[in-house]
Design a protein around this ligand. Structure first.
Ligand code: IPE
Ligand code: IPE
Ligand code: MG
Length: 260
């Protein structure tokens, strides 16, 4: 418990200039393809290239955690052939990229409910995670069949299985270790490409104090430069975590009463 990263609603986290943790909803693949008179799935294919470039940029900029939404728990509602293409693409990507991630000292993690994926995909996920488990240049987390509500419900369930007495009442600290991203700091910067301004059930708990950035750029067209624009926007923000602007000017990182 002592090693858990600070929670933004309990303590004020350290704010470095480059975000330590960036979370991205990679949206707009279908429209990118449609604009080019191509089938939607070509957009997903190109989306993988965009992800590769963004991972590379994050690593070189010194971002410690990159978490991307690849497939939501609601995306099963799409046409069966698109879902099946996405599953195959995910499998191929893991098979092709695991060694490359490892070579670049990148740790890969996958969050979400894996029970709906086929055995082959589940096994490949596990192998890629195992191969890269001890890497420490960047942690890349892929959210697949993930939903923010699932995450919270799953955490509550796990906590109560381990500690039935907590049904009487529990704290944020009791729950925290059971959430998907429990060993990472909360995201500093959230990016959504594709123009929609919504969270779509991504990391509901962890985004409590994250700076939100929305761009019209469609995911396959998003790259290093666009990432840098988002970071520049982030760097202009004042993160108050409940305090006033005057407090920030006067006291820098001074903690609130509860933490004093
Ligand atoms: C995001 O792009 C990728 C996934 C949800 C898998 P979309 O496929 O949602 O693209 P648009 O929003 O239809 O353009
Ligand atoms: C959100 O994109 C999920 C991913 C990018 C994986 P969607 O395109 O599915 O989101 P909504 O349904 O339009 O909000
Ligand atoms: Mg979309």
């Amino acid at each position: 418990m002592a090693n858990l990263p600070p929670s933004s609603t309990r303590t004020i986290p350290d704010i470095a200039n480059v975000p330590r943790h960036i979370a991205i909803i990679m949206d707009g693949n279908g429209r990118w393809a449609k604009h080019r008179f191509m089938p939607r799935v070509m957009g997903h294919q190109r989306g993988v290239d965009a992800l590769r470039e963004v991972v590379k940029a994050c690593r070189s900029l010194g971002v410690e955690y990159l978490t991307v939404f690849a497939f939501s728990s609601e995306n099963w509602r799409r046409p069966a052939d698109e879902v099946s293409f996405l599953m195959t693409l995910f499998l191929k990507m893991l098979e092709r990229e695991a060694a490359n991630l490892h070579k670049n000292n990148i740790r890969l993690r996958i969050i979400g409910d894996r029970s709906r994926f086929n055995d082959k995909l589940r096994q490949t996920m596990q192998e890629a995670e195992q191969l890269t488990a001890n890497n420490n240049a960047l942690t890349l987390t892929i959210a697949a069949n993930y939903g923010g509500r699932w995450d919270v419900m799953h955490a509550v369930q796990g906590m109560l299985e381990d500690h039935p007495h907590l049904a009487q009442g529990f704290t944020e600290e009791d729950l925290a270790p059971y959430l998907s991203m429990s060993d990472a700091p909360e995201p500093d910067l959230f990016i959504r490409t594709g123009g929609e301004q919504r969270i779509s059930n991504f990391m509901l708990w962890q985004l409590a104090y994250t700076e939100l950035y929305f761009t019209e750029i469609l995911w396959p067209a998003f790259g290093r430069e666009e990432l840098e624009d988002a970071i520049v926007s982030y760097q202009k923000r004042e993160r108050r975590f409940g305090r006033t602007s005057e407090q920030l000017l006067a006291g820098g990182q001074s903690q609130d009463k509860r933490d004093a």
